[in-house]
Design a protein around this ligand. Structure first.
Ligand code: NI
Length: 172
């Protein structure tokens, strides 16, 4: 396994629509285990392939807060149903470090996806899991959680991130 570097907003790759995975080959399997390792290392609960610069529809997540890991790998995930009822969570993103904002989304979602074993699966998510999978699928469509905020707040955060990136590149 290898740790991957995570793209920080603003980056044009985070704005692109990712393409579906047609062949679940060894490269995809390696990428998903590298992404899981990278996510755990960064103390994140979800990571989408475009965040590591790969424009493919692949998401890893683990929203369990227990010691026991409950990792999920979702290939070509698609929301097939969502509840009328909404829920708000304070969201963060590994591509937008240190920023947390409350975002409102459907409370429950049903998602269809492929597993690494190439079988079609369906699962209903709720709570933090529902928020997380919607946040990650947004990444596959080039959308960030700050896109749900007002433009003033969004540009303030973007400015902060530009500064952070400048400081990071100075350190290297
Ligand atoms: Ni994110």
């Amino acid at each position: 396994m290898a740790q991957l570097s995570i793209l920080i907003h603003p980056d044009p790759r985070l704005k692109k629509v990712s393409t579906p995975i047609i062949d679940i080959n060894e490269r995809i399997k390696k990428l998903s285990s590298d992404m899981l390792q990278t996510m755990y290392q960064a103390s994140g609960v979800g990571l989408a392939a475009p965040q590591v610069g790969v424009l493919k529809r692949l998401v890893v997540m683990d929203c369990s807060n227990e010691e026991e890991k409950k990792e999920l790998i979702l290939i070509n995930p698609e929301i097939i149903w969502f509840s009328e009822e909404n829920a708000s969570f304070e969201e963060g993103c590994l591509s937008i470090p240190e920023i947390r904002e409350e975002i409102t989304r459907p409370k429950l979602v049903r998602v269809k996806f492929l597993g690494l074993d190439n079988t079609v699966k369906e699962e209903t998510f709720e709570g933090l899991w529902a928020t997380c999978i919607q946040h990650e699928i947004d990444h596959l469509d080039g959308k960030l959680f700050i896109d749900y905020l007002g433009s003033l707040k969004r540009s303030l955060i973007t400015r902060k991130m530009k500064k952070l990136k400048k400081n990071l590149s100075r350190k290297i």
